[in-house]
Ligand binder design. Structure first.
Ligand code: PEP
Ligand code: MG
Length: 310
């Protein structure tokens, strides 16, 4: 099965009833981009992973060079650069954080840069530079409020007029953002649902704590309901992607498509398998599956449903 999927990796993921779902790759290194066979681009460049071993902040030029290399490894297909996402489980040596009682509820993602806008702007300069040469999307992580979206956009626009074609989005990974995406996304081109954090915050179960791993299940109907809410409430024309780990599981990926998600981003080696699965799928059946899943009592029931129907 893997061989067939690999042989067809470069074919688009078009369902049997003619809906094409771009399948992107999550990337934390240039090598990840090279390994992403058949990816339609990158739906998530984890910049904090790219530069995770740096003792000093990388310059704009250093960042631009790595972004260029990733774009080249993906044959110039679109890359989605996520601005520094640090805090919680992700320390960054060049930006030490004071100890916090609840790091996952503390200064994470975009929140950190309210006190270091200089570091965010250096990164956004690199984004702008590369966006003038190759298709680029930029997205802000850990956004909760409309005011934070406005602040992120302000940091970008302070650097000058936007390069043609640069798309702007946010991660939807906080339940408040999922519930209010109709307002949060008013000035955006896309949103990308981070199911890892969305699951953690919806179930109040730490994603790194194995004692509560069973609770932190991305197939929990509460998480699926939030995804459905995002799809139904984004402003017209705003694309909805999923870049959390749920998109890397072919069965869950079909469910996401059924919920109305338009794009997926998976870990590189899973891209051909997710694409192969979607090619065998009728969108109408996926939509029926999603309706059934939303009616399930638990993640376990959803998982059984997926097993039964795949
Ligand atoms: C997520 O939260 O789902 C996500 C994709 O981001 P990360 O795993 O890097 O927090
Ligand atoms: Mg996240």
């Amino acid at each position: 099965e893997r061989e067939v999927a690999l042989a067809e990796a470069d074919q688009p993921a078009t369902t049997t009833d003619g809906r094409t779902i771009p399948v992107f790759a999550n990337v934390g290194s240039v090598q990840d981009a090279r390994d992403a066979r058949g990816a339609d681009g990158s739906g998530l460049v984890r910049t904090e992973v790219l530069f995770g071993d740096r003792r000093t902040a990388p310059t704009t030029a250093e960042q631009a060079e790595v972004f260029r290399a990733i774009a080249a490894a993906l044959d110039g297909r679109p890359i989605t650069i996520r601005t520094w996402d640090i805090g919680g489980d992700k320390p960054l040596p060049f930006l030490p954080q004071p100890p916090e009682a609840n790091p996952f509820l503390g200064e994470r993602g975009l929140r950190v840069f309210r006190r270091r806008p200089d570091l965010l702007r250096d990164q956004l300069r690199a984004v702008r530079e590369v966006a003038a040469e190759t298709p680029v999307l930029v997205m802000f992580p850990m956004v909760t409020t409309v005011e934070e979206v406005a602040w992120g956009i302000e940091q970008l626009d302070a650097l000058g007029s936007r390069p043609d074609g640069l798309k702007i989005g946010i991660m939807v990974e906080v339940p408040a953002a999922a519930l209010r995406v109709g307002r949060l996304a008013e000035r955006l081109d896309f949103v990308s649902i981070g199911t890892n954090d969305l699951t953690q915050y919806t179930t109040a179960a730490d994603r790194t704590n194995t004692a509560v791993a069973a609770l932190a299940d991305g197939l929990d109907p509460a998480v699926l309901q939030l995804i459905a809410t995002v799809v139904s409430s984004v402003p017209a024309g705003v694309e909805v992607a999923v870049c959390g780990d749920l998109a890397s599981d072919p069965a869950a990926a079909s469910l996401l498509v059924g919920l109305g998600v338009q794009e997926l981003s998976a870990v590189g080696p899973q891209v051909p398998l997710v694409k192969a699965k979607l090619r065998r799928l009728a969108y109408a059946d996926a939509a029926a599956l999603a309706t059934e899943a939303l009616d399930c009592a638990s993640a376990t029931e959803v998982r059984e449903l997926l097993k039964r129907t795949s």
